[in-house]
Design a protein around this ligand. Structure first.
Ligand code: E4P
Length: 218
């Protein structure tokens, strides 16, 4: 399972990269705005900084909602760095643009996916990644993890190569559940990734080992 971090915060990205388990980064316009990154030039410079920090895919989202605009923006984003994956919303023009990029060998991440039917369309259009937003489904009393299972079944039934990128991951259990369900990738905050480290028996066991070592080596 690949681990992506879902942030535009360079410090968090560097910390996850230093842990040695990071496979990529996802961003979106809200995450960029949260870091105060505004204006085309600053946004482009920020994507470049992220690509320099990580070994792996970096999703950069288009703002346009029409086919021509998405193609223009996506081509410019893809040209920035070989690690860039063009992130497209799941609307009709987004699917058309996905097919266009896939035919040209440009990698895509189809985002804002909330149903199995939408994920099927993204796969048919040749998406590299499909991003079902599990946390946002949970927020409205709908089982986000169930969507991961449905997509896994559909993709396996037909051998689609599109990778399931569980998005809107909010906490550590989401990561574990997505791994159990066979999600190819997850993207979540640093706190969810670091949560995987924690177990009180690890802490107490290590404290005991160190105390016993001290006793025997004074
Ligand atoms: C996906 O790529 C999105 O950036 C993200 O996972 C959305 O998460 P949120 O629902 O916590 O905003």
């Amino acid at each position: 399972m690949k681990f992506f971090i879902d942030t535009a915060n360079l410090k968090d990205i560097a910390e996850a990269q230093a842990l040695g388990v990071l496979d990529g980064v996802t961003t979106n316009p809200s995450l960029m705005a949260k870091e105060g990154i505004t204006g085309a030039e600053n946004i482009i410079a920020h994507y470049k900084k992220i690509c320099e920090l990580v070994d792996g895919d970096v999703s950069a989202e288009v703002i346009s909602t029409d086919f021509d605009g998405m193609v223009k923006e996506g081509e410019a984003l893809a040209a920035l760095h070989p690690q860039i994956v063009v992130k497209l919303p799941l609307i009709a023009d987004g699917i058309k643009a996905c097919k266009y990029f896939s035919d040209k060998g440009i990698r895509t991440n189809v985002t804002l996916v909330f149903s199995a039917g939408q994920a099927l369309l993204a796969a048919k259009a040749g998406a590299t990644y499909v991003s079902p937003f599990i946390g946002r489904l949970d927020d409205i009393s709908t089982d986000g993890l169930n969507l991961i299972s449905e997509i896994r079944m559909i993709y396996d039934n037909y051998g689609f190569q599109t990778q399931i990128l569980a998005a809107s991951v909010r906490h550590t259990m989401h990561i574990i559940d997505c791994a159990k369900l066979g999600s190819d990738v997850m993207t979540g905050p640093l706190s969810a990734i670091k949560g995987l480290l924690k177990h009180p028996l690890t802490d107490s066991g290590l404290a005991q080992f160190l105390a016993d070592y001290q006793k025997g080596n004074q």
